[in-house]
Design a protein around this ligand. Structure first.
Ligand code: MLT
Length: 262
């Protein structure tokens, strides 16, 4: 897996497929491995660049106890710089979608198209912010298993295969507690994406599993209304990880977005 160095930190990324660059951010608490079907068979016409966020997967964390969505977006921009790519389609799943919106806020000129997958534009409310801090402290003190076990029952649809469930669990449990705590705190500080999305006029696809229990279809509809001309693809027989549960349908959504971005 290739890497670049940002402020003395290693930042690893997957690089596969050929075509328009597509910077694709993973969710929480995962790594770029969570895109394994896309890594094995990239959608047609696209070069997928899928980094491990700070501290996740193989990337190093650095010294901060909070990793904001802007921090992760800055890393993604540094990767585009390192690869001499002026623009890319930018997308992300769940927390990765928060990062894609943050990147659009930081530098909209580099976003050729947007792909918002099983995510939302709304910020946390006070209750969720408190839960994030509790989860961060719990991860720091006791490790990530408690958080993973509380998330797992809501992550996938009823029809998800036992093999997919097992691999997801293993991947989540292997994420370092410092990265998980820092990202949990970072998600709590994220801004409302409403202003950014209502000012985005490029091609935009919103993808959501029809059984997504974490960022359900109603949240996808909010983003669909905000981004004029966007496409909303609701994927049947999929929960929050639609790219893993229905890789074919997910790939078709991405390919339609690629065509719109040419
Ligand atoms: C994710 O899948 O990235 C998280 O569930 C997002 C969140 O907790 O808001």
């Amino acid at each position: 897996m290739p890497s670049i160095t940002i402020s003395k930190r290693s930042y690893f990324y997957q690089d596969c497929g050929e075509g328009l660059p597509f910077l694709l951010f993973h969710g929480f608490p995962f790594s770029s491995e969570s895109f394994w079907p896309q890594l094995e068979k990239p959608p047609v016409g696209v070069r997928l660049l899928m980094p491990d966020h700070r501290g996740f997967g193989q990337s190093s964390l650095g010294n901060d106890s909070t990793t904001t969505m802007e921090d992760m977006a800055e890393d993604g921009l540094a990767l585009l710089d390192a690869l001499s790519l002026p623009t890319a389609i930018v997308g992300g799943l769940s927390m990765g979608g928060y990062v894609a919106i943050a990147l659009t806020r930081l530098n909209p000129g580099r976003v050729r198209g947007l792909c918002l997958i099983d995510t939302q534009s709304l910020p946390d409310n006070d209750e969720t912010r408190l839960k994030r801090e509790t989860a961060a402290q719990d991860a720091e003190q006791h490790g990530v298993d408690g958080l993973v076990d509380s998330m797992l029952p809501r992550l996938m649809s009823k029809s998800a295969s036992p093999q997919v469930k097992e691999r997801v669990k293993k991947m989540m449990r292997s994420q370092p507690k410092g990265a998980v705590a820092a990202a949990s705190r970072g998600m709590a500080t994220r801004l409302d994406g409403k202003d950014i999305l209502s000012r985005f006029f490029g091609p935009c696809t919103i993808v959501v599993g029809e059984e997504d229990a974490i960022t359900p279809v109603e949240k996808a509809k909010v983003m669909h209304e905000l981004v004029k001309g966007s496409t909303l693809d609701v994927i049947a027989h999929a929960g929050h990880l639609s790219n893993l549960e229905q890789p074919e349908a997910f790939g078709k959504s991405v390919e339609r977005l690629i065509t719109a971005c040419r």
